[in-house]
Every structure is written in structure tokens, then in C-alpha cells.
Design a protein around this ligand. Structure first.
Ligand code: SOE
Length: 386
């Protein structure tokens, strides 16, 4: 059921590649699916290359383009800034927008460094006192199956968390001849598989368990150190290709995390398995409408993992979509994300995940890099206590 009517809010979106496209799709449709307190209007798209940005704006449905993000932030018809650029510009754009009184949605990981993330969190807290909201775009929290897992764990159905096993596996770098991209440059992306994929599973694991990671022991590796740069030369890969780490959680659980772009055959296998004292759960994004649940109270003769098809109207986010069993996909998670953001803006509350949540993930990423630089030395995560 849609609202398609409330007060309008102009969206200024910076960046028009993969994330810009998927976010645009969400802003265009959200009020046609959910009862949103505000109706988003695609006011302006930002990008440095005018021709490419104009082509993207026409395709995605934006009314105007800006080639300097500062001009986009300053526009009177922009009330909300959506940051979909590489990580090296997140802090500058987000902080300027918050100071200008614009609500900010920022792609993950929140920043390239802890220092930037700290400044962003400070700006977000200050803005919130003026009613200006901010959120970091960890879209997998908005997969209905993971939202349902969070509810079951929060209700106590899993008991105490003992083990967390989280992996995020892709394979698009398996070919050593695959070209350079900004995602392989530390100055642009901050880190490699760690920040791109590891950040998601760190957030998802903390979200579902309701606990924080307190320390890590990590290994990282860069398998292919040079790749074609598109101009007949070789570019240097300055980020990790894979990150693997053990972790402890605040409640005493032990965990393993693995992020890689070299797992041949795995396209977007974001997986989370949790064992508790009462039950176990398992999730794989490649079958994202399913949550597997084993209840330890079932008699042994009947026990087993049960497939919960998370497509019922009673499941989170499903009220706006298709009848049971018809399934949702990747893009829906972004529609849910912007629906939640608009709901918080309308209600005058702070949305989650906040920039402080993004900062906490950033500290875990930093601890992983610190540990890996010293061959897996145990490294506490700043701001947490075991
Ligand atoms: C690329 O590895 C990527 O698009 C990530 O950047 C996204 O965050 C993830 O959802 C899918 O993979």
C-alpha cells in the first residue's frame, strides 16, 4: 500500500554507478510501495563527468545534474543528500550536507579511516540535535529474512549466542587479467574485500546478535598485485583481496569471518550462521527469501533445520510487496532502507544504522588491518569491552 502524497523531499544523489543506480530505483519507487511520511522527488544527480551524469540522470529520472557535489548540497530543492561515491569523498560530502541542514544517507563502509568516521559521527550527533537525520547504508539489514532472524534472536528464541560464522564470497577478481577499478586502490576505497564485503558481514552479525565485536585476529592477502589499467599499462593493487578473521563478541560468543572476491562460483554468497543455546540459524543471500532455523527443543527424531520462507505479510517489509512465495531480490533491500530512513525523518527519530554504528564497524575493520599487519596478533576493537 502506498502513500504517494505526503510532503515532498528533494533527493540529491552523488555518484551514478552501481550504487547510484540501485539507490535511484529505491527513491523512485518507495512511496508507491510503502506508506512513507514524505514523497521523494529525484531533484539532482551529482557526477564529475557532465555527459555521463546527464545520461544517467535521464535514465534514472533526475530533474537536474551537478558536476560539483558542493553545488548539489547547496541546492534549495535538495533536502536529503545520498552519498554513493567511493569512500574517499564520503566524509567531505556527508559532513558538508549535515552542516547545511540536509538529511544524509551514506553508502558503506562509512569512511576510509576511523578518523574520518569519527568526524562524521560527531557531525551526525550535532545535526540530530537540529532534527537533521543520518543513516549508513548497510542494506542487508533490510533483507526480510535477516530482519526476521534479528526478531527471533531479540525475542530470545536462539538463547545465548555461542558461535557466529559469517562469510561473504564473490568471484569477480578470480581472473588475474580482470582490469583495475577504484575498488582496488586504497586511496579511493580504503580497503579491499575487507571494507567492501567484510563491512557488511560485520554489521549483519552485530545486527542479528545485538552484540558487538570486541577483538580480532586476522589474516589478509593480495593475490594479484598488478592488473591492466585500461591504458596498456599495469596498475598496482593496493588493497586486500581477501580478509579472514576470528573474533569475540560482547556476550562471549566466538566467531569467524571471511570476505573474498576470489571464491570461484560464489557470486554474492553473503552467509550468516549462528548457534545459540536454544537454536541455530543459517542464511545465504543467494537464497535470500529463506531463513533456516533449527529448534533445539524439537525431539531428536523430528529435529532438523526448517526452511522458513520469509515472504508472509507478517514478515518485516512484506506488507507492501507481492503475495506469499513470490519472492524479493537485491533491489528491494534498498527500497526498504530508504523507507526506513523516510519513516525516521517523518517521526523525528534517529534511524539505524546510525553513523555511530558505521563508526563501530570502521573500528572493527581497523582492528582487522592492524592485526593482519602483525600476522594475526590479537587486537582489541577500540570502544568495546569484552
Ligand atoms: C561489490 O563487491 C558489491 O557491489 C559491494 O560493493 C556491495 O556492497 C555488495 O552489496 C555487493 O557487491
Amino acid at each position: 500500500m502506498s502513500s504517494a502524497g505526503g510532503e515532498r523531499i528533494g533527493v540529491g544523489l552523488v555518484g551514478h554507478a552501481f550504487m547510484g543506480a540501485v539507490h535511484s530505483h529505491a527513491w523512485r519507487n518507495v512511496h508507491r510501495i510503502f506508506d512513507t511520511p514524505l514523497t521523494p522527488v529525484l531533484a539532482a544527480l551529482g557526477g564529475r563527468d557532465e555527459a555521463k551524469t546527464k545520461a544517467a540522470a535521464a535514465k534514472y529520472g533526475f530533474a537536474a545534474v551537478e558536476t560539483d557535489w558542493r553545488d548539489l548540497v547547496a541546492r534549495d530543492d535538495v533536502g536529503l543528500v545520498d552519498v554513493c561515491t567511493p569512500g574517499d569523498s564520503h566524509a567531505a560530502i556527508a559532513i558538508a550536507a549535515l552542516e547545511a541542514g540536509k538529511h544524509v544517507l551514506c553508502e558503506k563502509p562509512l569512511a576510509n579511516t576511523v578518523e574520518e568516521a569519527e568526524r562524521m559521527a560527531v557531525a551526525a550527533r550535532a545535526a540530530a540535535t537540529r532534527g537533521v537525520r543520518s543513516m549508513v547504508a548497510f542494506n542487508y539489514r533490510r533483507v526480510p529474512a535477516l530482519a526476521h532472524a534479528r526478531k527471533l534472536v531479540g525475542d530470545g528464541a536462539l538463547g545465548e549466542v555461542r558461535h557466529v560464522r559469517a562469510t561473504y564470497l564473490q568471484d569477480w577478481l578470480s581472473d588475474a587479467a580482470a582490469p583495475m577499478t577504484w575498488r582496488l586502490r586504497k586511496d579511493k576505497a580504503g580497503s579491499g574485500a575487507l571494507g567492501d564485503l567484510g563491512a557488511h558481514i560485520v554489521d549483519a552479525a552485530q545486527f542479528v546478535t545485538g552484540e558487538l565485536i570486541t577483538g580480532v585476529s586476522a589474516l589478509t592477502n593480495t593475490f594479484v598485485k598488478h592488473r591492466p589499467d585500461g591504458n596498456g599499462a599495469q596498475g598496482e593493487v593496493t588493497v586486500d583481496d581477501t580478509a579472514l578473521f576470528l573474533a569475540r563478541f560482547t556476550g562471549g560468543a566466538v566467531a569467524s569471518f571471511e570476505a573474498t572476491r576470489y571464491a570461484l562460483g560464489r557470486k554474492n554468497a553473503m552467509r550468516l550462521e549462528i548457534n545459540g543455546t536454544k537454536a541455530s540459524m543459517a542464511f545465504d543471500f543467494e537464497s535470500m527469501n529463506e531463513l533456516w532455523w533449527h529448534d533445539g527443543a524439537d525431539p531428536g527424531t523430528e529435529a532438523g533445520f526448517r526452511r522458513i520462507l520469509v515472504t508472509e505479510p507478517g514478515h518485516r517489509y512484506l506488507e507492501g510487496w507481492w503475495p506469499p512465495g513470490h519472492g524479493l531480490g537485491y533491489d528491494h533491500t534498498f527500497t526498504h532502507e530508504v523507507a526506513d530512513f523516510l519513516a525516521a525523518i517523518g517521526a523525528g527519530t534517529d534511524p539505524a544504522p546510525s553513523f555511530d554504528d558505521g563508526l563501530r564497524v570502521q573500528r572493527v575493520l581497523h582492528a582487522v588491518e592492524t592485526s593482519a599487519a602483525d600476522e594475526a596478533r590479537w587486537t582489541p576493537v577500540a570502544g568495546t569491552t569484552a
